[in-house]
Ligand binder design. Structure first.
Ligand code: NAP
Length: 318
């Protein structure tokens, strides 16, 4: 049986559950653009980018050509996510306006606080230096700016990324608009049971990034797709390990954001929507050892970061 391809968010919008990631460390503009064009033709409708990926312009170019030139798709049928980098926490409205300019769009569907880390305005690169950190995270001011983005119609929904349950709880204590979504690392080896339960209780959608464990990424791992349990479930269903990992992510009721710029693997990943794991498979996956891959070491230091240790960053949820 196929998965229902949309999920309803707490703000009333629908999010397509199969998302297309656009982070690649090479960040070759034409390659990203072509990949998005192929993905659109294959039926992907949810595109994930961020200021810090440097992919907003190429994603925007592919989408606007499809919408306004080829007219092969309508804007309202596409779901676009972008993210606020730490250096822009003081002014989300200007940051999102810049994102919209980069993409050639009038609005994004989802705007996320990328990490719970505030940086000095000049720190517009992925790995901050010691002098780039604000010592305190002023989430109240940042979230007020996110709510303003929503009020101004620059985005249709707002949310967070890489937030622990404790950080979301804090956010909920003062937010006028609760986050619609938390985008976090999630795959069969980092299952996020506690966070999923918390988000379900608060009607916050969980979106899984690195749903394959990021094989091929400098910081990623092939541990998920190479795992014997995943491989044997794949064999049993005549599926691939990647499809098993994606289907597991989808079985948890949220969405997955998978990146491939290879048309065969894009198609393979899309077909995970047709694969349903059975109870036995799900139990077997629960037995897998857990290991977080994206630990966020680059945001931790003993002097200037509000997070002195990895445990501080994730509030011991690691
Ligand atoms: N919010 C955040 O902090 C955050 C962090 C990380 C990622 N993300 C988002 O999530 C997206 C996906 O995460 P990710 O790129 O880290 O990890 P991923 O989707 O788990 O893995 C991507 C890697 O797997 C390869 N791949 C894709 N499909 C495959 C398949 N069927 N079989 C084998 N290998 C396959 C890709 O290579 P090919 O391209 O060669 O196929 C690429 O190297 C990112 O692009 C980004 O949009 C967000």
């Amino acid at each position: 049986m196929k998965y229902n391809q949309m999920s309803r968010l707490n703000c009333g919008a629908n999010i397509p559950i199969m998302g297309f990631g656009t982070y690649s460390c090479e960040n070759v503009r034409e390659e990203t653009k072509q990949a998005v064009k192929i993905a659109l033709k294959m039926g992907y409708k949810h595109f994930d980018t961020a200021r810090i990926y440097g992919s907003e312009a190429s994603v925007g170019e592919a989408l606007t050509e499809a919408i306004f030139v080829d007219q092969s798709v309508e804007r309202q049928d596409i779901f676009v996510t972008s993210k606020l980098w730490g250096s822009d926490h003081h002014d989300p409205v200007s940051a999102l306006n810049q994102t919209l300019l980069n993409m050639g769009l009038e609005y994004v569907d989802m705007y996320l606080v990328h990490w719970p880390v505030q940086l000095k305005p000049w720190a517009t690169y992925p790995v901050p230096n010691e002098q780039d950190f604000e010592r305190v995270l002023d989430l109240e001011t940042t979230w007020a700016g996110m709510e303003k983005c929503l009020d101004m119609g620059l985005c249709r929904a707002i949310g967070v990324s890489n937030f622990s349950t404790i950080k979301i709880q804090r956010l909920l204590s003062f937010a006028s608009v609760p986050p619609a979504l938390n985008q976090v690392e999630m795959h069969p080896m980092w299952r996020q049971s506690k966070l999923r339960e918390f988000c379900r209780d608060h009607n916050i959608h969980v979106s899984a990034y690195s749903p394959l464990g990021g094989p091929g990424n400098a910081w990623g791992s092939t541990a998920v797709v190479d795992d014997p349990i995943i491989q044997s479930i794949a064999l049993k269903h005549k599926a691939t390990p990647a499809q098993v990992a994606l289907s597991w992510g989808l079985s948890k009721g949220g969405s997955v954001i998978v990146k491939s710029f290879n048309k065969y693997r894009m198609k393979e990943n899309m077909r995970a929507l047709d694969l349903r794991l059975d109870d036995r498979d799900l139990l077997d996956i629960e037995r897998m050892e857990e290991k977080k891959i994206m630990r966020g070491e680059f945001l931790v230091n003993e002097t200037t970061s509000p997070y002195k240790t990895i445990q501080d960053l994730w509030d011991d949820e690691i």
